[in-house]
Write a protein that binds this ligand. Structure first.
Ligand code: ATP
Ligand code: MG
Ligand code: MG
Length: 661
């Protein structure tokens, strides 16, 4: 009782053919995460590669949950993963097909293929202990030793395997192993385990199973059932390819031959006019062909064959039969080429083999991506959850202010190669975001660490509106209104009591020389006059005079030369905001290398919360909206916590790469 036709799903190509596409050469890839955590930046590379290939070559990428391991998998992760893939800009739902799959829905087939391997002498139940199995596996230099259970009879193997399924044996007491070659130079071919006992509840299949397939066995079956053409994985799996091919060679014929044989027989009968079903098949073939035009018999046949796959041919009525005979009489020359084409189609479709291709995994500095370690960071509260803006997870990067475009361009920039062990510097990722936001983030003003600036010659109680550009290089992005009055906020660091050499911003010289004018962005030129300190000696206010003729945007604005422009906010209208300034989570390029734990290399104080001010146009931002706060960096309105009343912004990336090395 094998699946009649691709597990009841539409046959490959059927959908394209309905649109009349003549070519079968469509690429089919898959992205197969295990739902045991959130996706990270490495996955983003794999997603961009798999979905990107399908998009660029007019094929499909399957969203497949590789949920064959009952423990650690969870619906929360399934939802989170789908959300991240969609957010990155990809989808698996197309007009004609929805390619969302769960490997756990193939358990029954996997089980049958395992039985098939047993009956054909290619699998056995092994009762060695885990230690014995490891000892007998041998080494790179030494061949392994055959298990004493290797030569059990087919009957005994079948009986034991069925008992395993029925729950009659304890966890760890036995496994099913492929019978290949204990002396193979490729250790993966030394009788790998393909099924093990696990009394665990599965997030999708509940307690229906107590045996579960190993990844290496499950994967080629999943690919084959879904007609994947390019099964792309990371380089560590290169040595597994031999087993992948070994399994497919033995399994695909079982998967496909019955249909193939059936189809051949049917076509033969049809040609001889002996079978009703055959006649109806041909009738539909011809009808389809008529619709598609004389020139595409093969296409017509394919379309027909696909349709026939999951419907009963008996459903054809007398009228179509009559039509068929009429058509055949009218065009007898069509019959033979049609049948020939049908056979070709059968051959091609049924013998499509999946192939595995390997590429380098992404290693990014200052980041860990191992799920075990990410889970540890979350559960032991080194970070505030999976979407903490310091996390290399897609949800974390998103909350940090990364855009799908920046991650896609990062994936492109990393490229795909066969060379393993390369590292990409974290600054490359940041640069991708910077470039994306530089081009489109609107400019706003925020004062991170506020210091009062009092314009003594500006009338008390007065105030005015000014216009500021949303993007200096893009006038088409317009302007917004800001206000100006007597009391302003400026950045603490823009005033220096004792200026370091080369300091060009606000300071009051002690040598009797006049103070230098400084421009307020989109406002006036000011000249500092004095400052106030509190009892601890901290500067708490700066006084200045403004030059009314220098208003930005007017002719007089250039009448006074300045060496510095600073940002500022009107204290009357500025909105208090929480600004979260994040540093890299780890302070070593490879947090996993060296003595001790990766946790020893966490950056101290990688999250700093500032009580800042932002202009009203920033406070009014939607969640997730990104801005350049002039001179400060790129910021995003926090996806969870930001509101217009209590604005919260995260530092996404600085304006320049200034990270201390
Ligand atoms: P872990 O081993 O940490 O549990 P995984 O790598 O096995 O994670 P999966 O969820 O199985 O994670 O991965 C899904 C897909 O993402 C796989 O096809 C894998 O090749 C790809 N992938 C995972 N990590 C990386 C990475 N660092 N670079 C590129 N691709 C990756
Ligand atoms: Mg995995
Ligand atoms: Mg991994």
């Amino acid at each position: 009782n094998l699946p009649r036709y691709w597990c009841g799903r539409p046959a490959p190509y059927s959908e394209q053919l309905k649109e009349g596409a003549p070519d079968e050469a469509k690429i089919r890839t898959r992205f197969p995460p295990e739902p045991n955590g959130y996706l990270h930046i490495g996955h983003a590379k794999s997603i961009c590669l798999n979905f990107g290939l399908a998009r660029d070559y007019g094929g499909y990428c399957h969203m497949r949950f590789d949920d064959t391991n009952p423990v650690k998998e969870d619906q929360e992760y399934v939802d989170g993963i789908m959300d991240s893939v969609r957010w990155l800009g990809f989808n698996w739902e197309h007009d004609k097909e929805t390619n969302l799959y769960f490997a756990s829905s193939y358990f029954e087939y996997m089980y049958r293929f395992a039985e098939h391997l047993i009956t054909t002498g290619y699998a056995y139940v092994d009762e060695q202990t885990a230690d014995e199995m490891r000892d007998n596996r041998g080494t790179l230099k030494e061949p392994g030793k055959n298990s004493p259970f290797r030569d059990r009879s087919v009957e005994e193997n079948l009986r034991l395997f069925r008992e395993m399924r029925e729950g009659k044996h304890a966890e760890g007491s036995m496994v099913l192993r492929a019978k290949i070659d204990m002396a193979s130079p490729n250790i993966n071919l030394r009788d790998p385990a393909i099924y093990r006992i696990r009394f665990a509840e599965h997030h999708a299949t509940g307690n229906a199973w107590c045996i579960y397939p190993m990844y290496t066995f499950a994967h080629p079956i999943e690919d084959s059932l879904e007609n994947i053409t390019h099964s792309i994985c990371t380089l560590e799996f290169e040595d597994q390819r031999a087993f992948y091919d070994w399994a497919l060679e033995r399994i695909v014929p079982v998967l496909r031959t019955p249909q193939y044989e059936e189809a051949r027989a049917l076509i033969a009968k049809m040609a001889a006019g002996e079978d009703d079903r055959a006649l109806s098949f041909a009738a539909r073939a011809l009808a389809a062909k008529e619709k598609l035009g004389q020139s595409e018999p093969e296409c017509a046949m394919r379309r027909l064959f696909d349709a026939w796959g999951d419907k009963a041919p008996e459903t054809l009525d007398d009228a179509s039969m009559k039509e068929f005979f009429a058509l055949l009489e009218a065009h007898p020359e069509n019959f033979t080429p049609l049948m020939q084409a049908a056979l070709d189609v059968v051959r091609k479709n049924f013998f499509l083999l999946s192939h595995q291709y390997e590429f380098n995994r992404l290693n990014l500095t200052y980041v860990v991506v191992s799920k075990r370690k990410l889970i540890q960071l979350v559960t032991e509260k080194y970070v505030d959850g999976w979407d903490d803006p310091r996390m290399p997870t897609i949800v974390g990067l998103r909350r940090r202010g990364f855009t799908p475009e920046s991650l896609q361009s990062f994936a492109d920039r990393c490229g795909v190669s066969k060379v393993s062990g390369g590292w990409i510097d974290y600054s490359v990722l940041e640069q991708c975001l910077r470039e994306d936001l530089e081009a489109r983030a609107l400019r706003r003003m925020a004062v991170m660490k506020p210091l009062k600036l009092i314009i003594d010659n500006y009338p008390e109680g007065a105030s005015e509106e000014l216009l500021a550009d949303n993007h200096p290089q893009k006038p088409e992005l317009g302007q917004r209104k800001i206000t100006f009055s007597r009391e302003l906020w400026i950045e603490e660091t823009d005033f220096a009591e004792v200026p370091p050499k080369g300091f060009r911003r606000l300071t009051i010289p002690t040598d009797g020389t006049p103070a230098k004018p400084v421009r307020l962005r989109a406002g006036y030129v000011i000249v500092p006059t004095s400052y106030e300190k509190d009892e601890t000696g901290r500067v708490v206010a700066v006084h200045a005079d403004y030059l009314p003729e220098t208003k930005s945007g007017t002719e007089g604005s250039l009448s006074v030369k300045t060496k510095a422009t600073i940002h500022w906010l009107d204290a009357k209208t500025a909105v208090p905001a929480e600004i979260r300034v994040y540093d890299r989570l780890f302070c070593e390029p490879n947090p996993e290398a060296g003595e001790g734990s990766f946790l020893d290399r966490l950056t101290p104080n990688s999250k700093v919360i500032l009580s800042s001010y932002v202009e009203p146009a920033a406070a009014a931002a939607e969640r997730d909206e990104k801005f350049q706060f002039e001179r400060c960096g790129y910021f995003v309105a926090d996806r969870k916590d930001h509101t217009a009343e209590k604005p919260v912004f995260n530092l996404a990336v600085g304006l320049k790469d200034t990270w201390r090395k």
